[in-house]
Write a new protein. Structure first.
Length: 440
């Protein structure tokens, strides 16, 4: 008798605490949380598929692969379907959780407690179960997740088509209105976006460097990448033909600037290929008739403009002149392209070692090393020297700018968290610079 009474009391208590409609509400809440997780994860799964992975999926002859491709062919409709579906599910979760919470809050006569549970607990569940966990898993297993959700999303796309149609066309209308107002993305915006993507393991380091090069491309001036006049191989127009051939063999260059009396008076550019049919000629051969018209550019010309001129004029080398008309150096098409893709070397190139590394924090650089190259090597932003460099474009020039004189050997100065030491100096210039990196 006591056992029957205890069992009856248990059932009555259970029915009082968990009525049938509340149990069904809990079940519906759990199912809707699962739906929210799957739909949220779908957004990451589909839109994080790399282009090469999408190309690979196109080669698969399975129904799920075909569904994935058909959905990705209309990304705006896919995104609209995901957002609409996710919002409907989340609204249903909030409604049901509110019903459950206030049902128990009224029983316990603690409406404030019910409100806190509604705000804190439900929000936590939506973020953790419905957003964070599924998106982390979807990013890691993007293709598998996309395969699993392809068919349900296909169904939802047809079901929500009227709403998604309105959303897509409305956003397209807004996009056109914004474009008409001249909204532009600056190079700084692109560079910041690249920096933010640095943690994305799917983007190789060399690709990020290339994107950074493109973002900065239109801010670089010719004088920052040119070869200084003291490093240029050039020839006097009165040089004998035999001596000219010897110089060409030693230098290995395919284009040689030719000057009259001084390097500041460039008269033409000699293309080595033009000499091929005259290699057996003697010193009496007038090789000067083969010279091509030189192309002159100012030091402050932007390299994006120079690249366009190289393309239109179909040339590969230009003479860089200063404000007084003197020759500062030369710049080639290869120099310009290297600002995007990095160093380009062929089988005839000899690596020019402009530095060596003593330890993890100490470098020895040639004084003629450009600040642009220096920043790439030590991986710092070249903007840190903008307020200190003046008109200088090399390490030696930067130190002369800062010291205001030719420093003594081993004389040092701190710049932007780095220590610069004049390692090798003569009476006219700084030949080598020791750089000790600190916290930058």
């Amino acid at each position: 008798m006591d056992t029957e009474l205890l069992t009856l009391s248990f059932h009555l208590l259970n029915a009082a605490i968990f009525p049938a409609h509340i149990l069904w509400s809990f079940l519906a809440l759990a199912i809707l949380l699962c739906f929210s997780a799957l739909i949220s994860g779908s957004e990451i799964a589909f839109f994080s598929l790399a282009p090469e992975k999408v190309s690979e999926i196109k080669t698969h002859n399975t129904s799920s692969s075909k569904l994935i491709i058909s959905l990705l062919e209309h990304p705006k409709y896919l995104l609209a379907t995901i957002l609409i579906g996710n919002n409907f599910v989340n609204i249903a979760i909030v409604v049901i959780s509110t019903f459950i919470t206030f049902h128990y809050a009224s029983l316990l006569t603690h409406p404030l407690l019910g409100f806190l549970v509604q705000v804190v607990l439900v929000t936590f569940l939506l973020l953790l179960v419905g957003e964070i966990i599924p998106k982390v898993l979807a990013h890691r297993y993007a293709f598998s997740f996309a395969q699993f959700m392809a068919r349900p999303l296909k169904v939802l796309r047809y079901f929500f088509h009227p709403l998604s149609f309105v959303m897509v066309h409305f956003t397209s209308f807004i996009d056109k209105r914004i474009q008409k107002k001249g909204l532009e993305i600056t190079a700084e915006d692109v560079y910041e976006a690249i920096e933010l993507s640095a943690t994305d393991e799917r983007t190789p380091e060399d690709e990020r460097k290339m994107l950074k090069g493109i973002a900065k491309f239109n801010d670089i001036e010719v004088k920052e990448i040119m070869k200084s006049r003291i490093d240029v191989v050039a020839v006097d127009e009165n040089t004998k033909f035999s001596n000219l051939l010897d110089l060409i063999r030693r230098s290995g260059y395919s284009r040689i600037p030719v000057y009259k009396e001084t390097f500041d008076s460039i008269t033409g550019i000699l293309y080595v290929k033009d000499l091929l049919q005259y290699l057996d000629e003697g010193d009496s051969f007038k090789w000067q008739k083969l010279l091509r018209t030189p192309f002159f550019v100012p030091e402050n010309k932007k390299i994006d403009e120079l690249l366009k001129e190289f393309q239109s004029k179909k040339i590969h080398l230009s003479i860089v002149v200063d404000e007084y008309g003197g020759t500062s150096g030369i710049v080639t098409l290869e120099d310009v392209i290297e600002e995007i893709v990095g160093e380009i070397n062929d089988e005839f190139d000899v690596d020019e070692v402009c530095y060596h590394k003593e330890d993890a924090h100490t470098y020895i650089f040639e004084g003629k090393t450009s600040l642009n190259d220096f920043c790439k090597i030590v991986e710092v932003d070249d903007a840190i020297f903008d307020d200190k460099r003046g008109d200088s474009d090399t390490l030696a020039g930067l130190m002369l700018e800062l010291f205001g004189k030719i420093p003594d050997k081993n004389e040092s100065i701190n710049v932007s968290g780095m220590k610069f030491i004049a390692a090798v100096v003569d009476k006219r210039r700084i030949k080598k610079v020791k750089v000790i990196l600190k916290e930058i």
